[in-house]
Design a protein around this ligand. Structure first.
Ligand code: 13P
Length: 256
């Protein structure tokens, strides 16, 4: 049965009070909205365990926003994939443009993290996307293919089995200006066609999400597109009312 894959990326936001409040409402509504949604909450690392304790018995999964490249050792301040696995994380966001930009993460480092996540049987959510300038110069296709090809170079044709792709155009993130759903549909098709060239077997199962200024007003227009399989939501996922509205919209589309 098809489900939309909806991820809340809380980034560097939230505290004990806001998180408890959010999860209280989510728990109440989850039986209504989890039938056609696969829901992941990705809080800041420090709150992962707290969130896990509250969601482990309901149909919601735990996501991390990043992971270190090393499994253990003298790497002050970092978080290991073994630790994430240990506390119940199932999904790890990797290659988010904010990490590429603020932490100088390269395609090569991102590919290594991607492999590390898969080696523990956790599921990477690989973020790819073009900047405003790249779009203006008609480089979107080239940029996206490059970002995917780096992963194929390292892990071969099976790279995207048990992996999720999030298309997040950088110019749409946090700007309040989301991409046009028809444009996103064409990009998702392009991404799927590109992956299909390497491995046609998995294409039916491949999930490609959209992220970038998604809210309850525009969620429907994205989820109605045949190749938009879910949403990666930033600021709108911080407010329980807004997030629950999006879950309802998503659920309603598929239960028709
Ligand atoms: P916004 O929804 O705040 O634009 O953030 C999108 C995002 O970066 C999710 O990873």
């Amino acid at each position: 049965m098809k489900k939309n894959f909806i991820v809340a990326n809380w980034k560097l936001n939230g505290n004990i009070e806001t998180i408890s409040n959010f999860l209280k409402y989510l728990k109440l509504k989850i039986p209504l909205y989890s039938q056609y949604n696969k829901i992941v909450i990705a809080p800041s690392t420090i709150y992962l365990e707290r969130v896990y304790r509250k969601i482990k018995d309901i149909n919601v999964f735990l996501g991390a926003q990043d992971v270190d490249i090393n499994k253990k050792g003298a790497f002050t301040g970092e978080t290991s994939i073994l630790m994430l696995e240990d506390i119940g994380v199932k999904y790890v966001i990797v290659g988010h443009s904010e990490r590429r930009f603020f932490h100088n993460e390269t395609d090569k480092l991102i590919a290594k993290k991607f492999g590390l996540i898969k080696s523990l049987n956790l599921i990477p959510i690989l973020c790819i996307g073009e900047s405003a300038n790249e779009k203006k110069q008609n480089k979107t296709e080239k940029i996206l293919k490059n970002q995917l090809d780096v992963i194929f170079e390292y892990f071969g044709e099976k790279a995207f089995i048990n992996a999720i792709i999030a298309y997040e155009p950088i110019w749409a993130i946090g700007t309040g200006v989301s991409a046009d759903p028809i444009y996103v549909q064409s990009i998702h098709k392009l991404i799927k066609n590109h992956i299909n060239k390497y491995n046609a077997n998995n294409i039916e199962k491949l999930i490609v999400q959209y992220g970038g200024s998604v809210n309850s007003k525009n969620a429907k227009s994205f989820l109605e597109q045949p190749d938009i399989d879910g949403l990666l939501i930033g600021s709108a996922s911080l407010m329980h009312k807004e997030f629950l509205k999006i879950l309802k919209i998503s659920n309603d589309i598929l239960c028709k």
